[in-house]
Write a protein that binds this ligand. Structure first.
Ligand code: DC
Length: 228
């Protein structure tokens, strides 16, 4: 469906296939794409490189404010730069994944990144934005809000598949890590992970990626025909 104008928000926990769905939907809509998780991950690189303790929220906020963080808005090419350095691969590694929850829980970090997210969204006529608080906090007036979920075991298996892991003990470890991050992200005081009151919950447990994409595209068509 080309000719879409507006914002689609895609929130939900990790391992639901959110990123691949968001990218595909953006491509099919001819829309820009913003991965806000990549922004929090890039901010985490800045914190780690500054040598700041993860128990020091002021130090974290300072390191993020001082860094030059750039995240692209194309569904086809991923651009993630910190102080001019390409960190697109590094942000997916274990070191950053472990540290990103405490960094993203710091209110001053969220304020800064939310402001940048809104500026990037304002520059696009059509955009798909994925994250945890996009429908609740960043874009409360978005055209369409989707909250993507899936059963925890399915999410752990998908993540294991992406990482090429087949050993059941390691899959159990991945499941435990997902639960730990979900609990942290859902219980933090500032912008916890939860569906917006007007979000449509899509459960991808029994659906493949293509089916989820079609469902979101259908909903986008309806949202444009029946603006709230
Ligand atoms: O989607 P992801 O796994 O790349 O996100 C990385 C972390 O960033 C995740 O643990 C929660 C945080 N995050 C957030 O707090 N708010 C967002 N809008 C996006 C991500």
């Amino acid at each position: 469906m080309n000719g879409f104008r507006g914002q689609v928000t895609l929130d939900g926990p990790s391992g639901t296939g959110k990123s691949s769905v968001a990218r595909d939907v953006a491509t099919r809509l001819g829309a820009a794409y913003l991965d806000t998780g990549a922004m929090y991950r890039a901010a985490t690189v800045a914190v780690l490189d500054a040598g700041v303790d993860l128990d020091d929220p002021e130090g974290i906020a300072r390191a993020v404010a001082e860094a030059d963080i750039e995240v692209g808005t194309s569904a086809e090419t991923e651009v993630v730069l910190v102080d001019g350095e390409d960190v697109a691969v590094r942000i997916r590694g274990t070191e950053v994944t472990r540290a990103v929850s405490p960094v993203s829980a710091v209110p001053a970090v969220r304020r800064l990144l939310v402001e940048r997210q809104r500026a990037l969204v304002a520059a696009a006529e059509a955009v798909v934005v994925e994250g945890r608080d996009i429908g609740t906090v960043v874009l409360p007036d978005a055209t369409l809000k989707i909250y993507l979920t899936a059963a925890p075991e399915v999410r752990a298996e998908r993540r294991a598949g992406q990482l090429g892991v087949t050993d059941p003990a390691r899959i159990a470890h991945i499941a435990a890590d997902l639960r730990r991050r979900d609990a942290y992200d859902s219980s933090r005081a500032d912008s916890p992970l939860r569906p917006a009151a007007d979000a449509i919950v899509v459960d991808s447990t029994g659906l493949d990626r293509a089916a989820v994409v079609e469902r979101v595209l259908d909903l986008a068509g309806t949202a444009v025909r029946d603006p709230a």
